[in-house]
Design a protein around this ligand. Sequence first.
Ligand SMILES: *Cc1c(COP(=O)(O)O)cnc(C)c1O
Ligand SMILES: [Zn+2]
Length: 403
Amino acid sequence: MERSIRCWDCGREVDDPYFDSCPSCNGLLEVVLDLEPVKELRPSDLASRPLGVWRYQPFLPVNPDLAVSLQEGGTPLYRCMNLAPELGVRELHVKYEGANPTGSFKDRGMTVGITRAREIGADMVGCASTGNTSASLAAYAAKAGMGCVVLLPEGKVALGKLAQAMFYGAKVVSIEGNFDDALRTVRELAEKRFLYLLNSINPFRPEGQKSVLFEIMDQLYYDVPDRIVLPVGNAGNISAVHKALKELVEVGWIERMPMLTGIQASGSMPLVEAFDRGSKDFTAESAPETLATAIRIGNPVSGRKALEAIYSTGGHALPVTDEEILAAQMELGRREGVGVEPASAASIAGLRRLIEEGIVDRDEKVVCICTGNALKDPEVMISQCDRPVKSRATAESVMDLVR
Ligand SMILES: *Cc1c(COP(=O)(O)O)cnc(C)c1O
Ligand SMILES: [Zn+2]
């Protein structure tokens, strides 16, 4: 596979794998693939491989012989027959990323990122995280036999995610400050070459995350949906989905793109503000707040890429409140049997708003990406539910209580 790492802003080629931004202009890096050979292929040429990240190896910039995989991807695409008429949209599909090996879409990027780490001979990897990146990295580092350091913002990480990072054997460091402070610190560690950085600023992570879009297209038999709605934190995922769409257009597998629509929490919405101003750049927020901790990010690393993704596909950026997020989380659980963590429910809450505001046409075919598993944050789940009721061990007693 011919490929290069280039600056998204000035186009300079960057060779040193320890650089996480452009040495000339400090811009964002991205992988540029030569897709000429892929133009010879059709989607059906890949269909005999199992659904999952590595099915799409012709679009991945790493050596598959070195792959470190936990069989990530291949997640369900649920057709929501109950929720669609309730929300008032023709067709709604939920891409359930909670079914990944560590329970979030982060595994898609991590399998490629850690394979890259192996390619360059790294023996120590690290990240800053609101939780899911650290859970994922810890698992893949364990599989690859590498050392792993994760920096978490103190006191703001959901219990399930913290448990995972500790369980898989990462060195867990609690940083005074928020996610943005943790990221700045881990970037310094990478600069000193103390570790290989595996945040989504690493251009190999989004390459794996492209696969969520490839899978959606396979699962819809290449009938392009009208819109894809997803929660936006650091904006790596929406940027990766956009890159995947551009590559599919380039190889001629699709002719048009769905409208990419990013949802942020109203307490943490720098990109929504930029979108409302019609601006290509955003102003960072210093004190982001939301119970959807996975998108509690004030200075989204790939924010400018996300804005381009939204503008160039005719999409939107919209805020939702924590109350709307919780309501959507419950609705998805109780109407569709799908359990997602709060950040993921932002896409459903956002869709409801988009329909109410008349932005989404009732005739649209919509895919919501639900990024993480409900079990990541059991405390939020429990806080919304009735407590178990106590009963004597007799049928009569239970029937009295349940009636
Ligand atoms: C990381 C994450 C997000 C945000 O994704 P970005 O790529 O940072 O925009 C949303 N939901 C969940 C569950 C996540 O783990
Ligand atoms: Zn540059």
